[in-house]
Design a protein around this ligand. Structure first.
Ligand SMILES: Nc1ncnc2c1ncn2[C@@H]1O[C@H](COP(=O)(O)OP(=O)(O)OP(=O)(O)O)[C@@H](O)[C@H]1O
Length: 606
């Protein structure tokens, strides 16, 4: 190799190979994205990151920033080729260096030392820039993926309605966080690994071809035997590796699932800690937890044994690969046909070809888990689409009041909970819904909130933003008490927040408005319910649903909370669910629901 010409040669090689690789890459990816199931899945999930459609651009013209992802791919591809080229240069350096050593050629030795300094510097800079570009590209892509998945999950309340939609999906949080991250990392790793391997195989096969000589095998002379032997070696090695390694795919998949389940069991104990403690349920919990953990451990042992076999095989194969080229080239070295440098370059090129070909072997399970990631993310997006497509009762908007017109609510199995319900509430009126447990009171409220797909009929009520839903156990977001009080609004000013706390008899918490803690673990159920009434005063909705919203307060407090709402929001419509006799006088109408779908509307319980 003429090192003086090498800069130019390398530039020409890079330009040529880059042009060919870029075209081939685009064509292959395009074909895969159209013809394979997983390619289509990938494009549906992430195609818009690379090439947003006009609709996704919101009708605006394409700008240079819309090209950034594609430019990122092009740049990463360039660095893949640069890596191969640097490896090729190193292989020639090895040849020259060992030839200089063998020939006791001191000037050549020092020339190679200087060359090494140059090559090593290039290698370090390339590795750092390459690492930066790949990581920055992945971070931007993850941001985009996260934003897209979150939008899908939150839009149309798919995060909640997804449970009623088909296909059902487990652990959506894992899909948004872990699977989206894997998709980005695995796509880059597999696609660029493939390009790097193919180009390496071509380049180093060429080098091996030049270095290898004929070999007498069973009386026949095989020309360029080394090249054929390396291919046979890797193909045989791959065949057995796939057979030995295959069970690891399902074992790894199972591990993800079992550890997630165990974590969930632990989280539940933390969440329901107080209830478990009241029952002194530690022993029962321990049995459940140990069962969950033993499943993880059993899988870990199975994985260990299989990994030992797999690693043992791979390590042996790699070790044999170290001496294999020396064994083949040694006779030619001793015969003086080739130099030590040629032997060393052969070993290095053999290692590169073996490694590049092994990419297909080692990526076998990466590709299987990549497909599982695509399946999980596709399941997730399918579920969110199905959730948005669920048919709900028609909720017409009206500024005030509430009217129901032939509303029928069913259980998921089709059994009727409330049949053909019609009623009318004017601004300022209040309705109490009563009935035996399981008769469908909460489900009726869910239907009116647009959160129950098994209902038909019409309802007219104020817009979502003007409705508030208070449940028996109010949701308290993480953060400050002020945030919990204002929820779902962003915040409340100080004077307003303090006044509201006083009104709901939580004045003693006024000094803790800025304290950031898990308030659901601190406030008593009654205090949490009072805080929720504070939200009604703060948000001033036109329609309030109260599902046993005062069950943890005494009747005196219940009376004063309802009176507060009546006083502060005289025009608001209230729809309450509750069992207590004392609630009836606080409402104008009472809807008595029977088991089996019947109902009775009246002004008293009689
Ligand atoms: N997601 C669901 N999947 C299947 N069945 C459900 C679901 N949600 C509610 N149900 C069933 O619908 C019926 C009505 O439940 P709902 O919670 O509305 O009763 P309720 O009258 O509010 O009861 P309670 O007074 O005990 O609170 C129950 O039989 C319940 O098991």
């Amino acid at each position: 190799m003429d090192w003086n010409q090498e800069l130019l040669n390398s530039a020409i090689w890079l330009a040529r190979t880059y042009a060919v690789t870029l075209v081939a890459f685009v064509v292959v990816m395009g074909v895969l994205a159209r013809t394979t199931v997983w390619g289509r899945q990938f494009w549906a999930l992430s195609g818009a990151w690379f090439w947003p459609s006009t609709a996704e651009l919101g009708g605006r013209p394409r700008q240079w920033r819309d090209w950034k992802p594609l430019m990122g791919v092009a740049l990463i591809l360039f660095f893949v080729l640069l890596t191969v080229r640097v490896n090729v240069l190193f292989s020639f350096w090895y040849n020259g260096f060992y030839t200089a050593l063998q020939g006791l050629d001191q000037p050549a030795f020092w020339t190679h030392m200087h060359l090494f300094a140059l090559l090593a510097s290039l290698h370090v800079v390339r590795a750092l820039v390459n690492g930066y570009i790949r990581s920055a590209f992945s971070i931007h892509w993850r941001e985009w993926m996260n934003d897209r998945l979150l939008t899908r999950w939150l839009d149309g309340r798919a995060y909640h309605l997804g449970r009623y939609a088909s296909p059902e999906v487990d652990n959506p949080e894992q899909r948004i966080q872990q699977d989206a991250t894997s998709l980005v990392g695995d796509t880059l790793g597999l696609s660029m690994g493939l390009v790097g391997s193919v180009v390496s195989v071509v380049e180093f096969t060429g080098i091996l071809w030049g270095l290898s000589g004929p070999l007498a095998l069973a009386g026949t002379e095989v020309p360029q035997a080394m090249v054929f032997l390396v291919y046979i070696y890797v193909i045989v090695a791959t065949f057995f590796a796939v057979r030995i390694g295959r069970p690891l795919i399902s074992l790894n998949f199972l591990n993800e699932k079992l550890t997630a389940t165990y974590r969930y069991l632990l989280m539940r104990l933390r969440e329901y800690g107080e209830s478990v403690a009241m029952y002194r349920g530690e022993a029962a919990e321990r049995v459940t937890l140990e069962r969950g953990f033993m499943a993880v451990i059993a899988n870990a042992w199975a994985t260990l044994w299989r990994t030992l076999k797999f690693d043992g095989y791979n390590l042996s194969i790699s070790q044999v690969a170290v001496i294999f080229p020396f064994l083949i080239q040694a006779p030619r070295l001793f015969a003086g046909t080739i130099k030590l440098g040629d032997v060393m370059q052969t070993a290095q090129a053999f290692g590169q070809v073996e490694e590049a070909l092994s990419f297909f072997r080692t990526s076998y399970d990466s590709f299987a888990s990549y497909r599982a990631v695509l399946d999980r993310l596709t399941g997730f997006t399918g579920n969110t689409d199905a959730a948005r497509a669920l048919t709900m009762p028609t909720l017409a908007a009206r500024p005030e009041g509430l009217s129901l017109d032939h509303l029928t609510v069913r259980r998921p199995d089709g059994r009727v909970l409330t049949a053909d319900l019609s009623l009318q509430l004017d601004p300022g009126q209040a309705l109490l819904i009563r009935g035996p447990s399981g008769s469908g009171k909460t489900t009726l409220l869910r239907s009116l909130a647009g959160l129950w797909p098994h209902a038909q009929g019409n309802a007219a009520r104020p817009d979502d933003a003007d409705c508030l839903f208070l449940s028996q156990k109010p949701y308290l977001p993480l953060g400050t008490l002020r945030h919990a009080l204002a929820y779902p609004r962003a915040t409340l000013d100080d004077a307003q927040a303090r006044a509201i706390l006083d009104q709901v008899q939580l004045g003693h918490l006024a000094d803790q408005l800025e304290v950031d803690r898990d308030w659901s673990q601190v406030l008593s159920p009654g205090e949490q319910q009072r805080l929720a009434f504070g939200r009604v005063v703060a948000t001033r909705p036109a329609l309030v649903f109260l599902d046993e919203a005062t069950s943890a307060t005494d009747t005196g407090l219940e009376h004063s909370l309802y009176s507060l709402i009546r006083r502060e929001l005289p025009q608001a419509v209230l729809v309450s669910v509750g069992h207590r006799e004392t609630l009836a006088p606080l409402h104008d109408q009472v809807l008595q629901i029977e088991l089996g779908g019947g109902w009775k509307l009246g002004t008293s319980l009689a």
